[in-house]
Every structure is written in C-alpha cells, then in structure tokens.
Write a protein that binds this ligand. Structure first.
Ligand code: HEM
Length: 148
C-alpha cells in the first residue's frame, strides 16, 4: 500500500493542521478527535454524554458484581459496606451522581430538541438543565458526604 503522503487528495494538507475536525475530510488524524479548539457547545455535550454513558454502563456491571457479594454471606457484605462508606468511595458516589444527572438531563434535552418540541432552543435548554443539574448535584453531594 502506498504511504498516505503520496496520495494527491485535496484534504490531506488540511488534515495535518491542528484544530477542529470540521471540514477536514474523511479520515482525520487520530489526535484531531481530541483537539477541543473551535468546537461548539453541542460537541462538548455530545462527548460528555458518550463518556457518561460508558461510565454508567461500566457502573451497571460493577453494581451487579458487588451485589453478587450477597451470595457469599453477611461477613462479605459487611466488609464491603465498611469500604463503601469511606470518604474516597463516597466521592465516587458523587461522581456517579454527576454522570447520571448529566446523561439523564442531557438525554431529555436531546429528546426535546430532536423530537421537535423545542427545536431552536438547544443552547438555552443546555444552560437551564445545567442549573437544575448543579442544584441537584450540590444537594446530593451534601447528603452523601455530610451523612445527612
Ligand atoms: C436517566 C435516564 C436516561 C436518559 C433520559 C437517557 C437518554 C439518552 C439519549 C437521548 C441518548 C442518545 C444520545 C444521542 O443521540 O446523542 C442516550 C445514549 C446512551 N445512553 Fe442513555 N439515557 C438515560 C440513562 C442511561 C443509563 C442508566 C445508561 C447506562 C446504563 C445509558 C446508556 C447510554 C448509552 C451507552 C448511550 C449511547 C451513547 C452514545 O452513542 O454516545 N443511558 N441516552
């Protein structure tokens, strides 16, 4: 196979430039996917939606694995509870709450925009749901970390 630089295709020079993926043609360089410059709010929301989705799927399997400790009896479960109530573990609960809130609220936003209920207001919805999410996350974090 010929090396890529030997091909005379219009977008090859553009692909090598640093910056957003937009209009760079097919097959952007791998690093371009991780370049945050010049992207719109929706791109960040999409990336975070996918990250939180993957995190939630991972959590679901972890959760089922942890629940299977119940099969090993009371001692195994009590040992787990001792670990689960340490500060570091509770901080992970707050991270989980963040993932759930972001993914859930952003999902509702996508559904409202995509189904044509509020087609032109995706940015306003993003910021409105951000306020709701921050309030809910703060209340949840205080409850989880404060033990209230
Ligand atoms: C709170 C309720 C939830 C709502 C409203 C919601 C909504 C959505 C929506 C609208 C999408 C499509 C995003 C797009 O088209 O760009 C999506 C994707 C996805 N969701 Fe959820 N979701 C919820 C909970 C969950 C949970 C609990 C999990 C995992 C256990 C999950 C896993 C996923 C995955 C893996 C994707 C695909 C992500 C991607 O392709 O980038 N979701 N969700």
């Amino acid at each position: 196979m010929r090396p890529r630089d030997d091909l005379d295709l219009p977008w090859l020079a553009e692909r090598e430039r640093r910056g957003p993926v937009l209009r760079k043609g097919a097959g952007v360089t791998p690093t371009a996917w991780f370049d945050p410059r010049g992207r719109a709010l929706g791109s960040f929301a999409f990336a975070l939606n996918r990250l939180t989705a993957l995190g939630l799927v991972l959590y679901l399997y972890l959760h089922l694995g942890v629940l299977s400790l119940l099969l090993r009896g009371e001692d195994a479960w009590s040992d787990f509870l001792r670990l689960a109530t340490t500060g570091a573990f509770l901080a992970l609960d707050v991270l989980l709450l963040f993932g759930l809130l972001f993914h859930g609220l952003n999902g509702v936003r996508i559904a409202l925009v995509g189904s044509g209920v509020v087609p032109e207001r995706h940015r306003a919805l993003f910021w409105a749901f951000t306020v709701v999410g921050v309030l809910a996350l703060t209340a949840g974090a205080l409850r989880i970390l404060g033990g209230g």
